[in-house]
Design a protein around this ligand. Structure first.
Ligand code: AMP
Length: 418
């Protein structure tokens, strides 16, 4: 295994890595850093949780540091990182701050939903690195508050997410304002045709780097399925959270309304919970995330888009209150725990309507997810409707010899999964 020393990182970065407690590079860091230091373009197929941010931030900081030592004008915007969500933007900026703390290089994060004043103040003071979401960046560019004329390296992060969120034209507009002669690092977890085309358009002889194919990215996360009727999910969540060893759980719902509702129900049951989704102001989202990170709230309920980039150190549990209809989203969700080799636990509640989603997920993972056999709200896998036990009839094709039924009180509290 390569060490950070073998990657020839400069002293100021090595000191920062020591503070961060990083001992060895992750596979994407090991593979991408040497090429980025050389100035190559990269086509990276990797998702968050792989150490992707440091894989591009460290060599970018090093290249800028060398350029400054060679007489380049400091505080000139030379690196642009485009990212789809505000949370990810803030998080990447925090990574640059952490890794670059001894380099003297300056960065700023610009994203929408908040006043532009502090952002434009930071820009006026001069930055070497800008991390931005496309909408706010275009806005500030049209006000002539940002110029991309001197950009020498460009990172496009989560390109597929940009497409999903409808930002791809904005991304193209931003790219058109940068010098053609530059280094481009392109990251996307998946490669739909439009993303492949964009990559072809903007990359020059890129080095392809694919790490942790989707299935192995989740090897460190212990996964379990709870088969449950939709109407029992709320009670099941309370039941699961009785386990006091769960000190922090990120709960996923499909809708914003659902997120609010779950958070409200938990609060009513005396469990500290907050919701985070796109309808909340940026301030409210940051506050909720801050409370969760500080363990002031035990449960953070999130929708997929709002959760992009949420990185909570030591997060032990992810709970899918609802399964996503895209299997890749499942992988993204459970990747919030088990970060960078730590173990984590992902519990998923699956009702009858969600079973096709579960099939897609297991296909993608190429292995089944174990079901929790005994819990008070257990729904037999063969059951298509929750038939009361007394009226249950054996359906042809139902699994095993038992009739479809919901577990009754007799099963309650016998054993619970931990
Ligand atoms: P990312 O994929 O960039 O979102 O990073 C995922 C998490 O891994 C973040 O919490 C990083 O701080 C952490 N991380 C990144 N690189 C390393 C490393 N070499 N050793 C330990 N942790 C790391």
């Amino acid at each position: 295994m390569t060490s950070f020393e073998e990657l020839n990182l400069i002293g100021p970065l090595m000191r920062a890595l020591k503070t961060e407690g990083y001992e060895v590079p992750t596979p994407i860091q090991e593979r991408a850093i040497p090429y980025i230091l050389q100035g190559s373009d990269i086509l990276g197929c990797a998702q968050t949780g792989t150490g992707k941010t440091a894989a591009f931030a460290l060599p970018i900081l090093q290249n800028l540091w060398h350029a400054n030592s060679a007489g380049a004008r400091p505080r000139t915007l030379r690196t642009l990182v485009l990212t789809p969500t505000r949370e990810l933007c803030i998080q990447i900026a925090e990574s640059f701050a952490a890794y670059g703390r001894h380099t003297g290089l300056r960065h700023a994060a610009i994203y929408g939903g908040v006043s532009q004043k502090p952002q434009t103040d930071a820009l006026r003071a001069g930055v070497d690195i800008l991390i931005a979401t496309p909408g706010r960046l275009l806005d500030l560019m049209s006000q002539r508050l940002v110029s991309l004329q001197a950009v020498t390296s460009f990172v496009l992060d989560e390109a597929d997410r940009m497409l999903d969120m409808g930002f791809i034209n904005d991304v193209r507009k931003v790219i058109a304002k940068m010098p053609r002669e530059r280094q481009t690092l392109f990251f996307s977890a998946t490669m739909p045709a439009e993303i492949r085309k964009l990559a072809d358009d903007i990359l020059t002889e890129p080095v392809p780097i694919a790490v942790t194919p989707v299935s192995s990215a989740v090897d460190t996360v212990e996964q379990r399925i709870y088969h449950v009727a939709k109407a029992d999910k709320k009670a099941l969540l309370h039941h699961v959270l009785k386990d006091t060893s769960i000190d922090a759980a990120l709960v996923f719902t499909r809708t914003k309304h659902g997120a609010d509702k779950v958070a409200r129900d938990l609060e009513k049951a005396g469990i500290r919970a907050e919701a985070i989704h796109g309808n909340k102001s940026q301030g409210a989202r940051q506050r909720a995330l801050g409370n969760f990170k500080a363990r002031k709230t035990r449960v953070l309920v999130a929708t997929d888009i709002a959760s992009r980039g949420i990185d909570v150190e030591g997060l032990s549990h992810v709970i899918n209150f609802e399964l996503p209809n895209e299997p890749e989203t499942y992988v993204h969700r459970i990747g919030r725990t088990g970060r960078a080799g730590l173990s984590g636990i992902a519990l998923s509640f699956c009702d009858v309507e969600e079973r096709p989603y579960l099939t897609d997920i297991t296909k993608l993972l190429a292995r089944p997810i174990a079901a929790v056999e005994e819990h008070p709200y257990r729904l037999e896998v063969g059951a298509h409707v929750p038939v009361p036990a007394a009226k249950a009839v054996k359906r042809p094709g139902a699994s095993g010899s038992r009739p479809p039924q919901r577990s009754n009180n007799a099963n309650r509290g016998r054993r619970r999964y931990r």
